[in-house]
Design a binder for this molecule. Sequence first.
Ligand code: KDG
Length: 308
Amino acid sequence: DFDIVALGEPLVELNQTHQEQRQYLQGFGGDTSNAVIAAARQGASCAYLTRVGDDAFGRQFLDLWRAEGVDVSGVEVDREAHTGLYFVQHGPDGHAFSYLRRGSAASLMTPASLESGLIERARFLHVSGISLAISTSACDTVFAAMERARGAGAQVSLDSNLRLRLWPVDRARAILRETMRMADLFLPSMDDMQHLTGNDDPERTLDWIRDGGAEGVVVLKLGKDGSIIDDGGKRTPMPALRVQAVDATGAGDCFAGSLLARRCQGDAWEDAVRYANAAAALSTLGYGAVDPLPRAEQVRERLKELSA
Ligand code: KDG
């Protein structure tokens, strides 16, 4: 059985490491794939549900997941469609993404892609705003996956990961409102929520989420201001960790995967969030979403330094 089964789209990553030169480092991305690898590196047993192309990049992903100990028995290989791709460019305002993903293998997933029965064997199903946004059939698949999870007693974890290049804001708001109600754990970022609600106040944002019918635990991520855990009863602010970030791509995914892994290992919410904060901070110290994802030993070292 699995601690975490994630569902979504992996994207090959080309990351511009030198601004002046046209030089790109190939790595791996895709929010839910990043999250599941982060969780595996913290010791969780994980599986990933997706579709890749029958191409070199699809094979690289299968090798990557296997090397990370992520179960790939639910990964489908599409004979015609390609594996998706994105570029990361860095500027004064942080990183920006460009996508080459339309028509990708993952975007063609349908609820029939869930027949492997993996979700029914998981403690957490992890999905995101990107899993919901890439196509209508992927959106249907996420809903079907959440129904399966609920039917089998697995908990649903949802990261907002709003990417407005992928869907119009009105659709994003409607779908995320519907899905946050089905989530046992909702992980919105303040930036994402500001696009959906038009307000930048964390308390009012949490009220909006509760008024919308979300009943699970909510961890609202405030960037450099840390996060707030809202367990439905009380709201607990958690401090952020300051680091000299090189590339924050995938930091939120590292947070999600590490948080789930620590919950599966029995941590209380505050301990799990503290751990996930440290892991996410460490993940920004190198280029790429996956390569710099820390392992449990590194995170523990970091936490020791902080409490010393
Ligand atoms: O969170 C990082 C991801 O956004 C990145 O790896 C690419 O999945 C991606 C996307 O669709 O933006």
